[in-house]
Design a protein around this ligand. Sequence first.
Ligand SMILES: CCCCCCCCCCCCCCCCCCCCCCCC(=O)SCCNC(=O)CCNC(=O)[C@H](O)C(C)(C)COP(=O)(O)OP(=O)(O)OC[C@H]1O[C@@H](n2cnc3c(N)ncnc32)[C@H](O)[C@@H]1OP(=O)(O)O
Ligand SMILES: Cc1cc2nc3c(=O)[nH]c(=O)nc-3n(C[C@H](O)[C@H](O)[C@H](O)COP(=O)(O)OP(=O)(O)OC[C@H]3O[C@@H](n4cnc5c(N)ncnc54)[C@H](O)[C@@H]3O)c2cc1C
Length: 666
Amino acid sequence: MEGGGVDHLAEERQKSRFDVDEMKIVWAGSRHAFEVSDRVARLVASDPAFRKDNRNLLSRKELFKNTLRKAAYAWKRIMELRLTEEEAAKLRFFIDEPAYTDLHWGMFVPAIKGQGTEEQQQKWLPLAYKMQIIGCYAQTELGHGSNVQGLETTATFDPQTDEFIINSPTLTSSKWWPGGLGKVSTHAVAYARLIVNGQDHGVHGFIVQLRSLDDHMPLPGITVGDIGMKFGSGAYNTMDNGVLRFDHVRIPRNQMLMRVLQVTREGKVVQSDVPRQLIYGTMVYVRQTIVSDASSALSRAVCIATRYSAVRRQFGSQKGGPETQVIDYKTQQSRLFPLLASAYAFRFVGEWLKWLYTDVTQRLQANDFSTLPEAHACTAGLKSLTTSATADAIEECRKLCGGHGYLTSSGLPELFAVYIPACTYEGDNTVLLLQVARFLMKTVSQLGSGKQPVGSTAYMSRAEHLMQCRCSAQRVEDWLKPDVVLEAFEARALRMSVACAQNLSKFSNPEEGFAELSADLAEAAIAHCQLIVVSKFVEKLQQDIPGQGVKQQLQTLCFVYSLHLLHKHQGDFLSTGCITPKQASLANEQLRSLYSQVRPNAIALVDAFNYTDHYLGSVLGRYDGNVYPTLYEDAWKDPLNDSVVPDGYHEYLRPVLKQQLRNARL
Ligand SMILES: CCCCCCCCCCCCCCCCCCCCCCCC(=O)SCCNC(=O)CCNC(=O)[C@H](O)C(C)(C)COP(=O)(O)OP(=O)(O)OC[C@H]1O[C@@H](n2cnc3c(N)ncnc32)[C@H](O)[C@@H]1OP(=O)(O)O
Ligand SMILES: Cc1cc2nc3c(=O)[nH]c(=O)nc-3n(C[C@H](O)[C@H](O)[C@H](O)COP(=O)(O)OP(=O)(O)OC[C@H]3O[C@@H](n4cnc5c(N)ncnc54)[C@H](O)[C@@H]3O)c2cc1C
């Protein structure tokens, strides 16, 4: 994508055996999506206002102010250029800096859309769309995050004044973590226990104004601030995650989001026919976006590690010739190429999840709630699977880049620091896997009842076959048959779920059993989610994919993804009797051969992500591979090198050196 200078990776690029430009379109999702993404990426990269290479040198205050500046400037550009929502979303993506706007657009607006009545939407959405108010999503408290039903903030209806009184009764009920809350938001969708006539009706969302629209001061009864520095310098510290306490704050009754439950003027609580779980709907939406984000973060780390692995040489010089490129070491390939394949796999499962989410949203609008449990299980499970894998992968990419990967200028430390909370926010990954496990146990318990499993569990309808089938792979090539691979993954997932269900049935108290077996249940959930990813990759390959060699590359990556999982989890596959040790060894042999096929295409496969050097933010991942001169020059730019003799020499170094000298003379 970058032009200019000598291309140190040109030879690598010439080795590739497919049409990279067509692959860029597959990666982007469509030609239109590619064009938008490419245009906006260049816009951001060419605008000095979006410079980000100094982030880790700024103090927290400077960093935060800088983020406010960028967000305001981005908003100005969105207006000036009349960007569409799609273009604005891309602009946010390429600016690459967590900001309050993420929560405003990503959670506050969707919460009102999903949980507000028509009337409430008409009142609040225009204000939010024009950013005349800025909102956050204030759910988590100091004492409870995962257990939403355990939240302590109260919203007590006062029939005298037709208001709710929002209160934080304990220290642990303080809202804690919401992004955008600390210093920016004027409003919040705050989650609180609804109390009417002394009766607790569970947790609901309320629109609460926090700060004055005139001078930004907190309104009476509101205590609000930032919760302090987070992991890493720069990184997520651009975000003002906040603390909030309510001291009997009064809001009008019509500021409770009432799509699910209404409280009338008389104080009557009326349940609509919309399921209660819709209160959790915003989380479902964001989990879906987090899966797509996982493929972006992972592809970025992989792009850096792949390009650098082709530039870096160690050992193996023959007759004074060049040393071996580290990408040619089989160990490097076996660590790197599965991550490359995972980036593509997560991309495609993210596309599918977006479709699933859109479908469920349309159904919900028509009061069809039948696919909500499936949407919850898939978004929760895939969010957990993809973010855990991506967080581990970024760290692996750092190691794949050796010592230089540890330098900030590699881009990997900041990427890691920004990314890892994705394993926690929007639902702790283990807690989410256990939600999937509950869904699986329910599905397994209904097998044989005549109720056919559908959607992601449709494979369970072939339980009789999958429980006793034997894998047919006899030769290495058999592991390139999608049906063989899919059946192995289906059988493993089903058998692990059934084993859990059988063990659960031994407990007289099911909840006790679930707690006792939760580690096994989480593993069964992982097996199910991995099957979803594999099957969506296989489905993608059934589509018409134009471009010379493109489909073949994707096929290779699909098998790399599947067979590396099979290798990594061979304990599961063997212990459930889905494959034999001989078949596991054949699969591994096939995997090694696939790595050799990926090797000549590796650079082109990461070029297909179409990332600008600005977005990558990595000296090691530069498009032109000109790593060493840039690293060398960059080092001299460090503020520590502003002076040859460091500040502090006279106070702290010289006296020590002199003392040593004196001691030596004695
Ligand atoms: C710069 C310029 C900008 C310009 C403009 C830009 C324009 C547009 C840009 C768009 C940008 C979009 C950006 C988006 C990106 C956003 C970035 C986000 C960053 C991260 C923020 C992080 C925010 C948070 O973390 S918010 C807090 C999240 N909290 C959690 O996730 C809590 C986790 N806990 C739970 O979800 C629950 O407590 C749970 C599920 C663990 C247990 O709940 P409960 O006790 O009630 O349930 P159960 O008894 O287990 O289940 C009961 C029943 O309900 C079912 N169920 C549970 N959850 C759901 C659900 N979500 N949906 C549906 N059903 C659910 C469950 O399965 C049970 O069903 P049964 O049938 O009864 O078994
Ligand atoms: C960067 C960041 C941004 C955030 N932004 C927001 C925001 O905008 N708005 C908002 O409301 N919240 C936000 N949060 C809060 C976030 O959603 C919660 O931290 C998250 O849901 C996890 O909850 P917790 O902190 O209570 O973890 P805990 O539940 O306390 O987890 C601690 C440990 O206990 C384990 N555990 C907990 N329950 C179970 C169980 N039932 N079974 C087995 N193990 C269990 C977990 O696996 C974990 O290992 C943010 C958090 C972070 C880190």
